[in-house]
Design a protein around this ligand. Sequence first.
Ligand SMILES: [Zn+2]
Length: 378
Amino acid sequence: MTIRTRREAIGLLGAGVATAALSGVASAQAAFPKGAVIRTLLKDYAPDELAGGATLFHEHMSLRTGFMVDWTRYAAETRAANRAPNAPPPPPRPAAAPGATPAQPAPPAGNFLEDADLMTEEMKIAKSEGIGCIVDAGHPDMGRDINFLKKISQGSGLPIVASAGFYTQPFYPKELSNWSDDQVYAEIMKQVNGANIGALGEIGSWDYITKDERKVFRAIARVHKATGLPIFTHTGIPGKSALEQLDILEDGGVDPKHVVIGHLGNLADDNTEIQRAVIRRGAFIGFDRQGGNGDDPVAKMAKSLIDAGYADNLMFSADISQPREIKKNNPNGGYAKTLTQFVPKIKALGATDEVLHKIMYDNPRRFLTFVPKVKRKA
Ligand SMILES: [Zn+2]
């Protein structure tokens, strides 16, 4: 058939768009099985109810005072231990000029992750900047406080997903080394049965994965099978043990489509070798420390993976944990910074709005959606 007029052409285009939209609806319905929900602290949502905003799959809104101090100290110790034996030591700190006032440690700023008024305000701002749902990646061994999360979700109206699990070797309860696989499984199930948990994460290996960390990953696979809860992980810098994490979960019967292997933006590699290996097995990869100075190489990796056809397996977030990252202290910060700072950098490299929308709005909802096997608590 020949198109004679512009009106006819537009009519055809309209019909085509309508067909595409309808088939889109049909496939979206097929993607979410009956009874599937995203479980937030305050209520279970049908996945489509949260389609109006972006979802952040890995952030921190509650951590105990001192957690990040410990984290930074362990990270420095790990870096020192990993330094090659004949590598030069790091340069000494410059000596203070004579007569200069000795440097004072920064005054204690208080822990913003325990300040409910401040965090309610930060959540309100994130919501106004386009965030529709946000996952807290903490659990008891990180000093995450579930009632605090409920309070800031209620106060801000931003849905928050809470997680369960154990973090990494340096933060495990001492007893864990002596626990059997069954005991670790039972301890995580206790967390899941004690609150409205919507994810298992962040489950990590601190450096090369340890014996205890393997035990936790095996238990997490079992908890996933008993509950349906999605899993997201922490890999040590630079993305160490990513494939081993996925091996253990798959050996435990987990379908990789329910897994994000996290922090793979730390693994700077123009060829994205490990990232592609994880994606080809069906898991998501997390570029999840974004919205800051380290964005440029990660934006390039993201763009190359989009170009290679892997957009369905990308997941972006910011993993906020430091006072300098929040809106109160930084106009370019805030919990929405993945969306407001990082995403525009990939767009500037030529990615379309459509593909970026898929990554920020659709992928995380698909990841978080599950058919609950544990009843919601009142
Ligand atoms: Zn984290």
